[in-house]
Ligand binder design. Structure first.
Ligand code: CA
Length: 218
């Protein structure tokens, strides 16, 4: 299942990826993930560069990631964080995240990443209950599409004003633009519609990768 923007052809996409900056360890992790049956779930080099740039732009220090898979997005963001930066990585798969952990070590960012293996909603609720609302700068949402709205609502509470949420796969291969009975497509359509009118955030839907929505907390 390759989910890329339907708006760019393969040749142009290869050009974009070839002109996206990566740390050597990021390239090595990409290579290590290539043979995985779900390798297309990994973010592209362009998305990694975007997340890193955004984290730097807003001076992010405390960040959240929902959906770690084999660790590429966590690596991209952790490399962009200051030495005392922190990334709360939420996933349910030990098998997938185990692929990425040695690469976090090799890149010297493992100490910044706290990986919590349980459903992300439970992790986020626990952090809210612990009084961490308003204490995070940045969140990247890239897990179960039918839970996106729940992830978004919790991240919005956990972020400070001016903090940024990035949501991946908001185009879903272009499926969101068509009528659909698929629960994942419908969940993304509902969230796109909601975000268009949500007064709590400033938003833009970018055609990077498979669609990345940025939402800045007001
Ligand atoms: Ca994704």
């Amino acid at each position: 299942m390759t989910r890329r923007s339907p708006l760019i052809d393969d040749r142009a996409l290869r050009y974009v990826l070839a002109h996206s900056r990566e740390h050597p360890v990021q390239a090595a992790l990409r290579e290590a993930t290539r043979s995985h049956p779900l390798a297309s779930m990994q973010i592209g080099a362009d998305q990694g560069a975007l997340l890193a740039l955004l984290a730097r732009l807003i001076g992010a220090r405390r960040t959240i990631e929902i959906g770690t898979f084999t660790g590429a997005s966590a690596l991209a963001v952790a490399l962009a964080l200051p030495a005392d930066g922190h990334l709360l990585a939420c996933d349910i798969s030990d098998e997938f995240t185990r692929v990425g952990r040695p690469f976090w070590q090799r890149a010297g960012v493992a100490h910044k990443i706290e990986l919590v293996l349980q459903p992300a909603l439970a992790t986020l609720d626990a952090r809210l209950a612990a009084g961490e609302a308003g204490t995070y700068d940045f969140a990247f949402i890239d897990a179960d599409k039918t839970e996106y709205d729940g992830y978004f609502e919790r991240c919005l509470q956990l972020l400070r004003a001016g903090g940024l949420i990035a949501l991946d796969n908001m185009l879903w291969g272009g499926a969101v633009a068509r009528r659909s009975s698929d629960p994942e497509t419908q969940a993304l359509q509902a969230l796109n519609d909601k975000l268009l009118r949500d007064e709590r955030v400033d938003t833009v839907l970018l055609t990077v990768g498979d669609g990345v929505t940025l939402a800045r907390k007001r």
